[in-house]
Design a protein around this ligand. Sequence first.
Ligand SMILES: [Zn+2]
Length: 83
Amino acid sequence: MNSVAFATHYPVSCPGCQTITSRRASELLQARFLACRGCDMKIELSESQLNRMRRTIADLGDCQRRSAEHCPAPVDNDAGSGD
Ligand SMILES: [Zn+2]
């Protein structure tokens, strides 16, 4: 699993009370369920929800990699050192 899954909080809405509970994507992919923070109901994630999550994580990872390639290396701006 990539680092994006650990850094990304994925929102899941409760079918009972519509409260949105966010969890780390890595936790959700592993546990496949979460407890609603509104009504404490156990929300099980369907295979299609899990697949969508995996795809989102993969896309985000791709994006991150691509933007890292396009970003120039940080410039060492030493302008404030004069007297
Ligand atoms: Zn709920």
